[in-house]
Design a protein around this ligand. Structure first.
Ligand code: BEZ
Length: 221
């Protein structure tokens, strides 16, 4: 089965991109990384997505996350389409602030399980789906999401999950539904009450439940 699982080391592939040939691990350096694929250049939903990603560049930078996009089109197409993307943002004089990988032989898309069997090009070959990989500074996969070509992603949600990933990489907490930075978090179940009390000086509150089990423990990180 092609694909990559949480905790796997992300492949150190070589690829042609709009900034030249890269080796992925060298490109990432010691940073976090986000790799997002899209089905095709010069298509409407993809244009709105990459334009949004470009507008959010400072937000990713603030979090120390290097951005890179990917589709099966050529570097030349990527460069030409990038101008449309920035014009869509009414920012035609600025270059797209992150590179795009040209996976023209679909090797990466196959190896990483990114193809959408329901979306075919004019030759009947599958296009890339809307895949997102977040990679940690240790080069391991921390998060993946996979949307079909017909559903655009939400980049506010991507920033939210990166905030959660970065917080939970440092502290023994988990973020509840719809969590936002600044909200309370949950103490992870593997931590004893004594360990939680010593790790969280802001205190731990436990919600009473009909089961009597004390697993809903909140703290302010
Ligand atoms: C789009 O980006 O608009 C798109 C691309 C492929 C299939 C469907 C939509």
């Amino acid at each position: 089965m092609p694909g990559i699982l949480l905790g796997d080391e992300f492949p150190n592939f070589e690829a042609d991109t709009t900034i030249g040939k890269i080796r992925f691990h060298d490109f990432l350096g010691n940073s976090w990384g986000i790799l997002f694929s899209h089905p095709r250049d010069f298509t409407p939903v993809c244009t709105t997505e990459l334009a949004c990603a470009a507008r959010y560049t400072e937000q990713f930078k603030k979090r120390g996350v290097k951005m890179i996009a990917l589709s099966i089109d050529s570097v030349e197409d990527h460069r030409n389409w990038s101008k449309d993307v920035m014009a869509f943002n009414s920012d035609a004089d600025t270059a797209l602030p992150f590179p795009i990988i040209a996976d023209h032989n679909r090797k990466l898309s196959v190896d990483l399980g990114m193809l959408d069997p329901d979306e075919l090009d004019k030759d009947g070959m599958p296009l890339t789906a809307r895949c997102v990989f977040v990679i940690g500074p240790d080069k391991k996969l921390k998060l993946s999401i996979l949307y079909p070509a017909t559903t655009g992603r939400n980049f506010d949600e991507l920033l939210r999950v990166i905030d959660s990933l970065q917080l939970t990489a440092q502290k023994k907490v988990a973020t509840p539904v719809d969590w936002k930075p600044g909200d309370k978090v949950m103490v992870i179940p593997s931590l004893s009450d004594a360990e939680a009390a010593s790790l969280f000086p802001n205190g731990v509150t436990t919600k009473e439940l009909p089961s009597g089990k004390k697993y809903l423990r909140y703290t302010q990180p």
